[in-house]
Design a protein around this ligand. Structure first.
Ligand code: AMP
Length: 282
């Protein structure tokens, strides 16, 4: 497995593979890899001849006061995991390599980003779109793999690829969870033992909401209230949002009449903001 730090090195390797007729699968990550990331790698191995994992904590997608500085980083540890899973190349650039002096071009969109995480993280998706675009241009993947855990991100990337006629097939992969239901996340490492013990309430509350929908509840506010109440009942004090939005437009709905996404972001203690979601087909 190769570890490349520069765009030039990656492009050289990609050119060689393309000349040999290999297809390329890209798994973009911010590192501190866990089973969620590894499941994307597994999917990539199935669908492509060569698998590239990018590891880059992208400053452009963090707002002021967010956890850019404290985000966990350990390339050695991540490289071992990737090697074990048969990854062919890791692209782990420094910030200067991705955003050299004078950098001033961005990719952005007008829809899909106004609700959910976009409300409290107004510059987040511009940063995500820009870095993913750059990664696509550098790696030229046939396939790219994203987790359904970041459902809004997945919708944004799919839309961007469609709108801008990009030649990449996007595959969404299911959420991987701990045994107690907590969605795996690099940010779970911020949790104190007490917060970790409370955190599965997020998934339990979403499950309660899903049950209500299965039993026929079609008033989104009732479902949102029940989920919020359950999360707050264990002593969690700050919910960023619990929302039910149309699965395609990601706009809030008054009545649940077509497929929806139910998503939430919850603060556990001071440092960890955890997200989770489920989709429901009507
Ligand atoms: P991150 O390193 O957090 O930016 O995540 C990189 C990719 O892994 C994104 O496409 C995430 O949606 C995906 N991912 C993160 N956690 C999980 C999980 N628990 N299950 C499935 N995919 C995940």
């Amino acid at each position: 497995m190769k570890i490349c730090k520069t765009v030039k090195e990656v492009k050289k390797e990609i050119k060689k593979w393309k000349a040999e007729g290999d297809t390329i699968g890209l798994v973009p990550t911010m590192g501190w890899l866990h089973e969620g990331h590894l499941s994307l790698i597994k999917n990539a191995k199935k669908g492509s001849d060569k698998v590239v994992v990018s590891i880059f904590v992208n400053p452009m997608q963090f707002g002021p006061g967010e956890d850019y500085d404290s985000y966990p980083r350990d390339l050695k540890r991540d490289a071992k995991l990737c090697d074990k899973k048969g990854v062919d190349l890791i692209f782990a650039p420094e910030v200067d390599e991705m955003y050299p002096d004078g950098f001033c071009s961005y990719v952005d969109m007008n829809g899909l980003t106004g609700e959910l995480c976009g409300k409290s993280r107004p510059i987040h998706f511009r940063g995500v779109q820009t870095v993913v675009n750059k990664l696509f241009n550098i790696v030229e993947p046939n396939n790219a793999y994203f987790g359904e855990k970041d459902a809004q991100q997945l919708a944004v990337i799919k839309r961007m690829v469609k709108d801008l006629n990009m030649n990449v097939k996007i595959t969404g992969c299911p959420i991987i969870r701990e045994d107690d239901g907590l969605a795996k996340s690099s940010r779970n490492s911020y949790l104190t033992p007490e917060e970790r013990a409370l955190a599965p309430i997020i998934h339990q509350a979403l499950d309660l909401g899903k049950d209500m929908l299965k039993k026929g509840e079609r008033n989104p506010q009732k479902v949102i209230d029940a989920i919020s109440e359950k999360i707050l009942s264990v002593g969690v004090t700050k919910i960023d949002y619990v929302s039910i939005v149309d699965a395609l437009s990601l706009k809030p709905v008054d009545k649940i009449e077509s497929d929806i996404l139910c998503a939430c972001a919850v603060y556990m203690g001071n440092s960890a903001r955890l997200i989770d979601n489920f989709s429901f087909e009507v």
